[in-house]
Structure formats: C-alpha cells, structure tokens
Design a binder for this molecule. Structure first.
Ligand SMILES: *Cc1c(COP(=O)(O)O)cnc(C)c1O
Length: 553
C-alpha cells in the first residue's frame, strides 16, 4: 500500500480533535460492525491459532516514538493485524478459564460516552453529577451487603464527611484500601502518639510495644493480599496463612489458635480476611464463624468477595455468603461477575466513619468538607467507570443478575456431574459457585491408583501433572477452547501437589454442548502424548502385577 503519508501540521492535529472519520474509513466501518454484531466482529478478527509470543514481540520491538504520523485508518488496520488478531477471545462461549468474561453489548456505546466525557472522579469540579452517581453505586452495593434501613442511606450516602466505600480499579486496590483502613484504625492517635498515618509504623510499634503486625487469611487467599501486606509495611511474613478443610474453607479452630500463637509472640493480629469465592476453587469461608472470632479479638473483619460477591444478587444463593453482613469491609469486583469491563472494583465499609482513618486533604484540590471522592481513595485521577455499573444495575436489574448468577451455578453443577460420569476424568473440587476444578486421568490409571502404594501414587501424580499441563497448553494453543490451570493440594490425594484444570462458567452463552466438546477435545489431546501415556501405562502394569499388599489411606 503505497499511499500519501500523513503530514505533521497543526491543521491536521486540529482535525483529530474535531472532524470524525469519513463514512468509508476503516474506523467508521469497524464502529458499524462493532455495534451490529460484537461477537461476530471478535470472532472474525481474533485468529484462533496461537502465534508464539516470541513472534508477536517482533511486532512490538521498536522503542522509537514515530517521527512520521500515520492516518487513523491505516493505523487502525495495523492494530487489527498485529494486536486485535492475537488478543484473547475472552467472550467466546468456549473460553471458560477466565474470571472476566463476556460483556453485554450496551456497554460499548456507553463506554464511548464515558470516555468522551472524560470526567475525573477525584474531585467534584471535574465530575459533577458523576460524583453523586458513584456515591449511589457505592450505596447500592453497600445495601446489597448490609441491608441497612432507608434512613441510613439518606443520612450517609451523600454526606460530605462520610463514605460508604471507595470505587477503584479492581480487587487488589480494594483489598489494599480495606487493610489500610484497618491498619490505621488499629494504630490510631492516642495520648501523645498522633497515629500511624503521621508517625509511621516504627513509632506505632514503639508506642504500642508490638513486635509486629499480622493479617490472617486462609491458605487460599488471593496474592493481592501479599501485595497489601508489603505496601502497608507489615511485610509478606505478616500475612499469616491459616489451614483449610477438605472444601478449601478456613478452619475456625485453626484461626483461633493462630491468633493466640501470634499474640504470645507479641504480634498484633489486626485483621482477618474471609474469602467469599476463592480464586482457585470458588469456595466460601465460614464467614459467620470468622466474624465471631474477630468480634472477640477486636480484629478488623474484611471479606474478599472480589469474585463471589455478585452472588448476593441472587436471592436463591445469597445464603452461601451468610455472615458477610458482619464484615467491617467487603471487596467486590464489578469487572468479574457483574459483567462490567475491566477497571471496576469496590470496597464497602459497614461504618460510614471507617474511612476517616485514611482521609487526605490537599490544600488546592481536595477541600475539607467538600464531596470530593479523592479524599478517601488510594488512587488519584479516576475515570467514570461507576457509570457503567450504574447503567448495568438499571438495564439488567437485580432479578436479571440473579438469573445470570443462577445459570452459572446450575451449569457448574451440570458440568461437575458430567465429569463424574466419565470413566477418565476426575472432579477435584466440587463447585460451590460457578467454578470447579478437575483433571484427566485415563481409566486404567484411575483403577491402578486405588491399589497403588503412596510411593507409586507419587509417581503417577507427577506424570498426571505433566499430562494436565500438556493438555491445557495444547488446548489453548489450538485456540478452539480455553480452560485455565492451577495447582491444588487436595486432601483426597494426601495434599500432593496436583495440577488441575479450572473452569469458570459465567458466560451465559456457554452451552452444555460446549462443555461436552471441551472434554472430548481434552481426551483427544491426551492421545497426542504417547510418551506420557506409555509411562503411565508402565506404572499401572507394575502396580497391577505386584502382589496385592493393600495400603489403606
Ligand atoms: C480477582 C480477585 C482479586 C484481585 O482483583 P483484581 O481486580 O484482579 O485486582 C482479589 N481477590 C479475589 C478473591 C479475586 O478473585
């Protein structure tokens, strides 16, 4: 394509701020196709076959900022060819490994309005109606969790000096914010000590005579909590893992013991995190039991419901999160099960006073007594994402979300049953919400495992781990479907490191037929590693031909 090149002139610069693209331009055509049929557009433009990352990197290797401007249409074509085509088709019904999935189409044009308005939620001068809108969204989520009376919300939702929570870019920032509030409340000003926010951790420790601080969470806690412990000066060792049971839920007795143990060492456990939907298995901690322990110990109780919090939308399933209303704070990601584009996290606090401990005012921008949201957020400039949550709440409505949540849970149940009916698949974790894990185990290997000694089981497990890795990777590369992969230590396998497939069934377009095909494809791929299958067969033969010395587990 040898064509005119764009020139650098102020006139052409003015044009990109004003005149829309012509009716035949690539950009205009893309926009038309996007609004006509988004799924079709994505299917057409994302190539299925995986290109090695090394090759893709070649397209993105020039560090020089171009001296020569490009026409918008030309550049758009370039993006389609190099970027869009090799992105991940997260909204495909057969891509069932992600926590962020398909988006309702109405969010695309609405996003465009949001971007065009370019409001900055840090302060009211640059956001105006977006500020009360965001406060209402926080109020809606607060009410979904805590069900306070109408008078509570009319008193606090728009109160300049209070805050029901914070909107942020995601669960990580939400968790950091919650623990930041908890830390500052635990080390607040008293006597001649003016609070950790002013004097820092060292002075706070000296003042209280603590040797350290601790946050407790189950072994299945999300890695964002490690980041939180790090940036809050507590240290990753201060994030203490508590034992889980066979359903990946924290053991309350073990939590109590850990707290006693820490206190004996002079360490202050100031927060406990309950997980409502673990990232790896989707299980929910016994929140009510944790709340009781926190009340006794005067610990901040935070619930990380980044993924599972949306379950509260379903009156049929919200009981699974029983006790969440006792939490001091709760993280919910709207960009997971609320079907909002990435960049929408929230943390809610039961008490409208809680966030006072992190309040910041800047002379010129965040005035005391103003309704500026920036005085209670870790982030500074922030977009109007809350508008998309607001729109989805109205357009989908609570009963609509209920259907979305329920269909996911039903589908996970269906898939779990389907897996259990197969002679050559093993369900590793039962779904509690719409997430489950499993692996492929050839039939003869399953039989042999029953007779195997612990040492023989170890060997077989290692081979199966390699097989699972191979199948997952090949399936992803082939590009027809995608499941993710994680490592668990299931109690039924004596806590052995076990690599598993992990699926999240949130996409309403994922049909039962798709699920059957995913299993068929995995079974097919397994036949493509004869070396591994042969090794497994050898192990089986050795076990089955040995004299039967039954080892009971
Ligand atoms: C996803 C997730 C997070 C982190 O959220 P981001 O939006 O990725 O920052 C934290 N906790 C849990 C349980 C999650 O599932």
């Amino acid at each position: 394509m040898d064509q005119k090149t764009a020139d650098v002139s102020f006139d052409s610069l003015l044009r990109i701020f004003t005149v829309p693209e012509g009716p035949d331009s690539t950009l205009t055509q893309i926009e038309a196709k996007l609004s006509q049929n988004l799924n079709h557009f994505l299917r057409e433009h994302i190539v299925a076959e995986e290109k090695p990352l090394r090759d893709i990197e070649k397209d993105f290797s020039d560090p020089a900022i171009p001296e020569q401007p490009q026409f918008v249409s030309d550049h758009t074509q370039h993006l389609l060819d190099t970027l869009v085509s090799h992105s991940v088709h997260t909204s495909s019904p057969s891509f069932i490994g992600h926590m962020t999935s398909a988006l309702p189409y109405f969010l695309m044009p609405l996003s465009k309005i949001m971007i065009a308005l370019n409001q900055n939620l840090v302060k009211i001068e640059t956001s105006k109606a977006f500020t009360p809108l965001e406060r209402q969204v926080l109020g809606m989520l607060h009410r979904l969790i805590y069900s306070e009376k109408e008078s509570f919300y009319s008193q606090w939702m728009h109160s300049a000096n209070h805050s029901l929570g914070a909107f942020c870019s995601g669960g990580t920032i939400a968790n950091i914010t919650a623990l930041w509030v908890a830390r500052n409340n635990a080390l607040k000003a008293e006597g001649d000590f003016s609070g950790v926010e002013k004097e820092g951790l060292f002075a706070a420790m000296m003042h209280h005579g603590y040797k350290g601080l601790a946050i407790l969470v189950s072994e299945r806690g999300h890695y964002s909590l490690k980041k939180a412990a790090d940036v809050l000066g507590i240290g990753q060792k201060g994030l203490v893992a508590v034992k889980t049971d066979s359903n990946n839920r924290i053991v309350p007795e073990a939590l109590k013991e850990k707290i006693v143990e820490l206190k004996q060492q002079g360490i202050k456990p100031f927060a406990v995190v309950g997980v409502a939907g673990t990232t790896e298995t989707g299980n929910i901690d016994p929140l009510r039991a944790i709340a009781e322990i926190c009340a006794q110990e005067e610990c901040h109780f935070h619930v990380d419901a980044a993924w599972g919090g949306a379950t509260l939308m379903s009156n049929n399933h919200r009981h699974l999160l029983d006790g969440i209303e006792l939490a001091d704070s709760v993280t919910i990601d709207a960009h997971k099960q609320l079907y909002i584009p990435m960049g929408a996290g929230m943390v809610l606090f039961r008490s409208p006073e809680a966030m006072k401990s992190i309040e910041h005012h800047a002379q010129y921008i965040l005035r005391k007594g103003s309704k500026d949201l920036g005085s209670h957020t870790l982030e500074g400039s922030r977009s109007g994402m809350a508008m998309l949550v607001y729109a989805a709440m109205h357009i989908i409505s609570r009963p609509g979300y209920e259907m979305l949540i329920d269909q996911g849970i039903e589908k996970a149940d269906y898939f779990a049953n389907l897996i259990q009916q197969q002679a050559d698949f093993e369900l590793i974790s039962q779904p509690e919400l719409c997430l489950l894990t499993y692996r492929y185990v050839p039939k003869n290997v399953r039989e042999a495992l029953k007779l195997a000694s612990p040492e023989q089981q170890d060997k077989i497990h290692q081979l199966l781990n390699e097989l699972t890795k191979f199948i997952q990777k090949r399936q992803r590369e082939t590009g027809r479907s995608f499941v993710s992969r994680t490592q668990l230590n299931p109690i039924q396998w004596a806590l052995r490191d076990t690599i598993v497939f992990r699926v999240v069934l949130a996409n309403p377009l994922t049909s039962k037929d798709v699920l059957t095909k995913v299993l068929e494809e995995q079974r097919q791929i397994a036949t493509k590693v004869p070396s591994l299958i042969n090794k497994l067969n050898e192990q089986c033969l050795a076990i089955q031909s040995a004299p039967q010395t039954t080892t009971s587990n």
